[in-house]
Design a protein around this ligand. Sequence first.
Ligand SMILES: CC(C)(COP(=O)(O)OP(=O)(O)OC[C@H]1O[C@@H](n2cnc3c(N)ncnc32)[C@H](O)[C@@H]1OP(=O)(O)O)[C@@H](O)C(=O)NCCC(=O)NCCS
Length: 296
Amino acid sequence: MIHYKSLENTDEKIILETHNNAFSDYQVQMNWTLPQFQNINKQRGVRYDLSIGAFDDDKLVGFIINGAGDWNNKPTVYDCGTGIIKEYRHTGIGTEILLRLITLLRDMGIFQYLLEVIKTNENAYQLYLKQGFEIIREFDCAVAEIARIKKKIEERKEDIQIILNDKDFEICEITQPNWDIYKKFWDKPPSWQNSIQSIERNREVLAILGINHKGTPVGYAAFDPRNAGIAQFAIHPEYRRRKLGIVLLEQIIMRAPTAKRVSIINIDKRLSSFIGFYENLGFKLFAEQYEMMKII
Ligand SMILES: CC(C)(COP(=O)(O)OP(=O)(O)OC[C@H]1O[C@@H](n2cnc3c(N)ncnc32)[C@H](O)[C@@H]1OP(=O)(O)O)[C@@H](O)C(=O)NCCC(=O)NCCS
């Protein structure tokens, strides 16, 4: 008999075990270690009291793990992962967890429910559609071998050297980001997991690099030096197409010495500049996602 309860009293190791089991046949590798799981959850703002598990007797067989924060200035819950282990799929567990969560959130006065789903994950996409989630945006996820990016950098070595030799430009490590300035460089806002709130939740791990021109910020990147995962990346509109983006990318690679690849998750498909940038610098698309929202 399946029963449902919040995950706040379930050992995180058990949740991870079920997570890795449920995602073992997923399009994207998600076999995480406990520290990786905890770090990702921290960045996304996971709240186990707002997350529900399905249990067969004592065994956790399915879950929706949620994070909480603000989105467009409104309290919002974000689905960080929906997983049902193989033998329990197509039995209505996903729908049941979602319905219970919607009731819980409504009772708590949280009226926005946000998520991302990989386009090819038809089961999950259909579940969300049926429950009234609507597509807000479409994202690309791209990755490149560092060796490949280095080749692209090499091709533009002379232009890059001119910037590096120009005393008016400086690259600096940012400890106190001025988000109000950086936001002005965006053509579109980042997704939940790359948002300012998410970065701030994981500030002791993530690094921020800025480029200044005559002391004024003209570009920045927020990234994870452990794996060269880029969360935010933007150049002031008036300074674009001057190779500052490449300079920043080179600096990220230098500061992520153990990484073999650079990845960028959730690039808004309307960001033609960013798409041109990643395509021309040797990145390959590895997944496409829908951002979906339900107003509860
Ligand atoms: C993507 C972005 C960072 C690129 O910065 P940039 O400094 O202009 O890029 P560079 O000059 O270093 O260009 C590097 C290469 O990328 C490609 N590229 C850059 N902009 C491009 C564009 N608009 N169209 C097509 N290709 C482009 C080019 O191949 C270029 O090399 P080349 O000129 O030698 O061919 C910048 O356009 C930007 O900030 N866009 C908005 C990003 C945003 O909204 N972020 C918020 C969410 S985090």
